[in-house]
Design a protein around this ligand. Structure first.
Ligand SMILES: C[S@@+](CC[C@H](N)C(=O)[O-])C[C@H]1O[C@@H](n2cnc3c(N)ncnc32)[C@H](O)[C@@H]1O
Length: 207
């Protein structure tokens, strides 16, 4: 198993032989005992053809400068299976936080999200599976706190979400202020973050 865009190694299974990650900041945070890491980008992986049984690329393809080159590299080094986890922007842009409070942040992900169809095409065909995000998800990615709305008011939580960190606090301020002052609506309506408890979970999509 080769983990591409591995970051600090979250989700890395014990079978991982090597991780590929360009950021020294992320590499420095990899726990002791995790797989050895090669500092490189997905677009130019310094590994031989067909060297891996499987590769995984979780929540990273939207960061790549050249998606086509990166997926071609995954296909070059992988013998059997490639697993990509990303989100479906047509679903996520309707997430209550973005739709009702922080529409300023939607444009960023509209521009950088990877189309599921395009990804499948570049992979040469793929099975698409929807991955529900549990309400008590311990990762801090963008939609993780869908049933814990108060978390989005915490600047430390926001700093860990590239969609909010890159949109910037200035642009988010009106929406965040609105979420603080919105009064509770009648049960079953959708004007307050709390009502997300009654909504289906937002899904990320693996391909
Ligand atoms: C949101 S983190 C995800 C990390 C890890 N896969 C996980 O799920 O916890 C995105 C990672 O992609 C890395 N990245 C950015 N550009 C990349 C590229 N061109 N090729 C490979 N990884 C890249 C970042 O440095 C970062 O570690």
């Amino acid at each position: 198993m080769v983990n591409i865009g591995a970051g600090t190694g979250s989700y890395e299974p014990p079978q991982t032989v090597v991780a590929v990650e360009p950021s020294p900041v992320m590499i420095a945070q990899r726990p002791a005992g995790s797989a050895p890491v090669v500092r490189a980008v997905a677009e130019a992986i310094p590994l031989g053809d067909d060297c891996a049984d499987a590769t995984m690329a979780l929540l990273t393809v939207h960061h790549w400068k050249d998606l086509e080159a990166g997926i071609a590299e995954l296909r070059r080094i992988t013998r059997r299976r490639i697993v990509v986890l990303t989100w479906d922007q047509s679903v996520t842009r309707r997430f209550w936080l973005l739709e009702e409070y922080l529409p300023e942040a939607v444009a960023l992900d509209d521009a950088r999200a990877t189309g599921i169809d395009r990804l499948c095409q570049l992979l040469g065909g793929a099975r698409v599976e929807t991955v529900p995000v549990p309400h008590d998800c311990t990762d801090g990615f963008g939609v993780a706190y869908w049933r814990r709305p108060e978390a989005y008011l915490d600047p430390v939580v926001r700093a860990g979400m590239s969609i909010l960190a890159q949109t910037g606090e200035e642009a988010l301020r009106p929406g965040l202020a609105g979420s603080r002052t919105t009064s509770a609506p009648a049960a079953g309506t959708s004007a307050t973050p709390n009502c997300c408890a009654r909504r289906p979970s937002t899904a990320a999509t693996g391909c």
